[in-house]
Write a protein that binds this ligand. Structure first.
Ligand SMILES: [Fe+2]
Length: 408
């Protein structure tokens, strides 16, 4: 029998860690608090060093904490990040996504800054400011920046944050041989903007029960008794990170499109697949011959930019690179059979759980010894979210010290 309203609104008879109040996906108050307590405190993956190969190269980044950044390779070869905010009148200094320039010059009044963040020109400075203000007073604000874990550029708005290696801990260990054996190079950068909550996208990368959504994943993994699919185990790491054990995909079982090549990846077993989710919005996804990196930029409770990067090896010949691109497109491209299915499901969640909808508690309650259809990946993420927010995901508006302690 279908439920009436009272039954629909009733809390599930499950541990409070095993269900979620959907208000965490739509509340403005919670979103603003996430910016303060999470996004401005953690390390974010801004780009890959191969996007800035030469001195003077720059790349803009819309930081999830709400601060526009520009990342620059200085004349000394070092990568630095700055607020992309002109100290004069608060205009964005760099509008282009990327480029190369000797100096970064604001279009508004032509104030110019070099790759060290120093102001190098104020037009008619002396005439206007006399000795009351000089170039040294108006340098850019530098942001903590590190390059690592496969040559990615990471940024953190918190001047006093822990080092990147400490934040990641051992979460990427089981992918490190593949990430660091030789230099990587970006193949494609692309974006999607979805009307959904960023946590729901990360959830989809953190649970594989949804392989019922993907015919491709079912035939190349779930339905192949030799793939090791059901033996894959989640490993939870501190700070909300998690990895999913490796699996061997049987791509030949998929008849619907061009098969993936035999091209592999150094240190990865043939047909192998490894995946690591980093809190709060990054996924490293290495599938056989291509590394895909997801990083999300939430703009509002129900709006998020998804950044995707696919990477190959810097040493690739043009022929090998074309093959990697073909492999990537068979599954993750516009006519592929995986990524946009995920986006469809996450968008549907955004619609059904939008503010004012009557969505009630959703479940994260599967327990299967931490294997692939267990929902521990999502629970582990929300445990970290609760720790940082001082709110329980199943009773988030009860924001008391006791609630904060209970979820700590
Ligand atoms: Fe998926």
């Amino acid at each position: 029998m279908a439920r009436n309203t009272a039954q629909w609104l009733k809390r599930p008879n499950l541990p409070s860690t095993h269900y979620v109040d959907p208000i965490i996906y739509s509340s403005e108050e919670i979103f603003e608090e996430e910016k303060e307590k999470i996004f401005r405190k953690v390390w974010h993956l801004a780009c890959h060093e191969s996007e800035l190969p030469n001195p003077g190269d720059f790349r803009t980044y819309r930081h999830p904490g709400g601060t526009p950044l520009v990342i620059v390779r200085g004349q000394d070869g070092k990568v630095r990040s700055f607020y992309n905010i002109c100290p004069h009148r608060g205009n964005v200094i760099v509008y282009e996504p990327s480029g190369n320039a000797k100096n970064l010059t604001c279009i508004f009044h032509q104030w110019a800054f070099n790759g060290y963040g120093e102001c190098v020109d104020i037009p008619r400075g002396k005439e206007g400011y006399q000795d009351r203000l000089c170039k040294e007073d108006v340098a850019l604000k530098e942001v903590r920046t590190e390059v690592g874990f496969g040559g990615f550029v990471w940024v953190n708005l918190d001047d006093h944050c822990e080092p990147l290696a400490q934040y990641i801990g051992h979460a990427l260990d089981f992918m490190l041989p593949e990430l660091e054996s030789e230099p990587l190079e970006i193949m494609w950068y692309y974006q999607a903007t979805l009307h959904t909550n960023y946590k729901l996208i990360h959830d989809t990368n953190s649970e594989f029960y949804h392989d019922y959504l993907h015919f491709y994943n079912r035939v190349t993994g779930m339905l192949d008794p030799n793939s090791g699919y059901f033996q894959r185990k989640y490993t939870a790491f501190p700070n909300g990170h998690a990895s999913v054990g490796s699996q061997k995909c049987n791509y030949a079982a998929y008849k619907g499109t061009v098969r993936r090549s035999a091209l592999g990846w150094p240190h990865l077993e043939p047909g192998g697949w490894k995946l690591v989710d980093l809190f709060p919005a990054i996924t490293f996804n290495l599938r056989t011959s291509v590394l895909r990196i997801d990083s999300y930029i939430p703009l509002a409770p129900n709006k998020v930019i998804l950044e995707f990067r696919t990477l190959g090896l810097k040493s690739d010949t043009p022929e090998i690179r074309r093959q990697r691109e073909k492999d990537a497109i068979t599954i993750w491209g516009p006519w592929g059979r995986n990524l946009h299915e995920d986006l469809l499901a996450s968008s549907g969640q955004g619609m059904a759980m939008a503010k004012g909808s009557q969505a009630m508690y959703v479940l994260q309650a599967r327990e299967e010894d931490n294997t692939i259809h267990d929902e521990i990946g999502m629970r582990h993420f929300l445990a970290e979210w609760s720790r940082r927010m001082g709110r329980s995901a199943s009773n988030p508006m009860l924001k008391t010290e006791a609630a904060a302690r209970a979820v700590a």
